[in-house]
Ligand binder design. Structure first.
Ligand SMILES: Nc1ncnc2c1ncn2[C@@H]1O[C@H](COP(=O)(O)OP(=O)(O)OP(=O)(O)O)[C@@H](O)[C@H]1O
Ligand SMILES: [Mg+2]
Length: 284
């Protein structure tokens, strides 16, 4: 791995409610350099909570602690909210599952990219528009001038996701947190979006945190894979070494994947161990 862009040690996140406290993330440690690092695990294992904790975008009732959460030499946990907004806007970008909720429905997609450009670069509208068109072309949108004038509901999910990526790249972030960015897309569009993310890591040296529940996908796409279960990282492997997993949970996950050409009758089902579960403490 190259020098880490993000270095996290012993991250803990607790959701507090009036009735119980849930330790959703427990003692999670990892580094991300100029590479693709996957966080995989089943629903509820804490993947999104880790991603959002890094940018401190969790509900106010969530408590975040860590020995260290260093990003470009700054401890993210000790930054003021104002400084943190700056980090979110310029240095770390988030790409979410469904672009429909992130784009403004009453403004054309091109104007949204142009405005995003002007927030970060004080230039006249005409120049910003040219840059926006170039930005759209860079995420493989073939007819940017046509797409520019469309409204969000007029573009497909895959194109919407590419427009989001174009907007995210304007401030030239060094880390992208992508939370299930391709889960809502069909297979061919999914591959296009993955190819764009892959280029960004290779050509621009961006670090990518790729949150997914798709083990098949991450083992071919990512350099390293963190396997989460019940709030903990139970195993960390290189993507191409996933087959050598040691932890029973990872082995169980791999065994439950269907494979083409496999004659096995039934798929195996995970045998859960009590010691793996996420602790919930009842409040008195
Ligand atoms: N705002 C919240 N308030 C209380 N509990 C929450 C909140 N958000 C998440 N949780 C709980 O924290 C745990 C981890 O949730 P998280 O969303 O991080 O999981 P995930 O791995 O991203 O799941 P998925 O694959 O479904 O997106 C779950 O038990 C969830 O119910
Ligand atoms: Mg999630």
């Amino acid at each position: 791995m190259t020098d880490p862009i993000l270095s996290v040690r012993n991250l803990n996140v607790t959701y507090l409610s009036s009735r119980a406290t849930l330790n959703a993330v427990r003692n999670v440690s990892f580094d991300i350099g100029r590479e693709k690092v996957a966080i995989v695990g089943e629903s509820g294992s804490g993947k999104s909570t880790v991603g959002r904790a890094v940018v401190r975008l969790l509900t106010p009732s969530a408590k975040i602690t860590a020995d260290r959460m260093d990003f470009e030499g700054k401890n993210l946990l000790s930054l003021s909210e104002r400084k943190m907004q700056d980090v979110r806007g310029r240095r770390i970008s988030m790409i979410l599952q469904d672009p429909k909720y992130s784009l403004n429905p009453v403004v054309t997609v091109g104007e949204q990219v142009t405005e995003a450009y002007r927030v970060h670069n004080k230039v006249p509208h005409k120049e910003a528009k040219e840059r926006a068109l170039a930005q759209l072309a860079s995420v493989q949108i073939r007819d940017p001038a046509h797409v520019y004038d469309l409204y969000p509901h007029e573009v497909s999910g895959g194109m919407g996701q590419r427009i989001m990526i174009a907007m995210m790249l304007i401030p030239e972030p060094s880390l992208i947190i992508a939370d299930e960015p391709t889960s809502a897309l069909d297979v061919t569009v999914k591959l296009q979006v993955l190819a764009i993310l892959d280029d960004l890591v290779r050509d621009r040296g961006i670090g990518l945190m790729f949150i997914s529940h798709d083990l098949n996908l991450v083992q071919s796409f990512c350099d390293r894979v963190l396997i989460m279960y019940a709030g903990q990282v139970v195993e960390e492997l290189r993507g191409d070494e996933l087959g050598d997993a040691k932890h029973d949970y990872t082995k169980g996950l791999l065994a439950s994947l269907p494979r083409i050409g496999d004659r096995r009758g039934r798929l195996s089902v995970l045998d859960r161990k009590d010691s793996w579960s996420m602790p919930v403490e009842k409040r008195p």
